[in-house]
Design a protein around this ligand. Structure first.
Ligand SMILES: [Zn+2]
Length: 319
């Protein structure tokens, strides 16, 4: 079976051709932000460049959200500044193939179940620690999808109800507010204003509002005291989020991916487990690195097309 797998991110759009479970070709573009229709137009262009004669069987999409799967649209994409972005209809009209759409983290967990290290488990979670925080969940072998495709938006779980920090979603005190990659500069600045110890390189960057995630972890690895402190604080936030995941879904394994985790597992994993044991009254499940690195959502998009979960199948185009 030939599958077109699509990963729609806030920054990049990736479109790949899979031959069964193997990725054979890929194109990558900046995600267009000009108009709601510009995204599907760009996707069509990418598919045509990969597969000139439309010679493929199905399309799978893992996308930023929130989604409206009934309509086959991205309902709102705060990071693109767009609303009601049509995905399913333009692709069905153009190619006359079935189109399966899932949120990116849902696709990520389905990749583990269908193609990855989660094949033997019925209760698994995929957590992405990246620009934002995303969670995909399988309970009793069932992918949790929700009414319109936005179940388990755990990155927006409230971790501090006394906080005044407003999240990108409009809520207050969310996991993503304190530990999403895009908020790290802001969190670093806040922590720097109450830091009374040695003024380190990381501290100097933080007070200027310029401590990017990559630099933060690099300096922590070099032993910078402020960076080490901040990484520890952020690990506590992730651990609190994981304790909430455990309380909500009782998983056997949690697979973690996303660029921040993938490149900094050495500074995150052990500390995260230590704190999660403290926060969770229900123990901490096995925590493993996700199977597909930077390609997790692409493999997820392929997985939902290869072996569609019934919760996604019901929203797929009928041909
Ligand atoms: Zn939020």
């Amino acid at each position: 079976m030939k599958i077109i797998a699509i990963d729609i991110g806030a920054t990049n759009l990736r479109v790949a051709l899979f031959n069964n479970t193997k990725k054979v070709d890929e194109v990558k573009e900046r995600t267009p932000k000009d108009s709601p229709e510009s995204l599907s137009a760009k996707i069509i262009e990418c598919i045509e460049s990969l597969c000139k004669k439309g010679d493929f069987d199905r399309i799978g999409i893992g996308s930023i959200g929130p989604l409206n799967l009934e309509e086959g649209t991205i309902e709102m994409a705060p990071n693109l500044g767009l609303r009601n972005v049509p995905l399913r209809n333009p692709l069905v009209n153009k190619f006359k193939k079935r189109v399966y759409i899932a949120n990116d983290a849902m696709a990520g967990v389905w990749a583990e179940k269908v193609l990855g290290k989660g094949k033997e488990s019925n209760d698994i979670v995929y957590l992405t620690i990246s620009t934002g925080i995303g969670v995909g969940v399988i309970v009793d072998g069932n992918l949790l999808v929700g009414r319109r495709g936005n179940a388990h938006e755990m990155g927006h779980a409230v971790l501090d109800y006394t906080s005044n920090d407003i999240c990108g979603c409009g809520g207050i005190g969310h996991w993503e507010t304190f530990a999403g990659g895009r908020n790290i500069k802001k969190v670093a600045l806040e922590k720097a204003t109450v830091w009374n110890e040695e003024r380190t390189n990381a501290y100097d960057l933080a007070v200027k509002g310029k401590l990017e995630p990559e630099k933060l972890y690099q300096l922590a690895r070099e032993g910078d005291k402020f960076a080490t402190y901040l990484v520890d604080q952020i690990n506590r936030v992730h651990a609190a989020g994981i304790a909430s995941i455990v309380a909500a879904y009782d998983p056997e394994k949690i697979f973690i991916g996303g660029s921040i985790y993938l490149y900094n597992e050495d500074l995150i994993r052990a500390s995260l487990i230590k704190y999660a044991r403290l926060y969770s009254g229900f123990g901490v499940p096995e925590i493993e690195k996700a199977s597909f690195g930077d390609d997790q959502v692409l493999y997820g998009a392929a997985s939902i097309a290869i072996n569609p979960p019934r919760q996604i199948e019901r929203f797929a185009s009928k041909l």
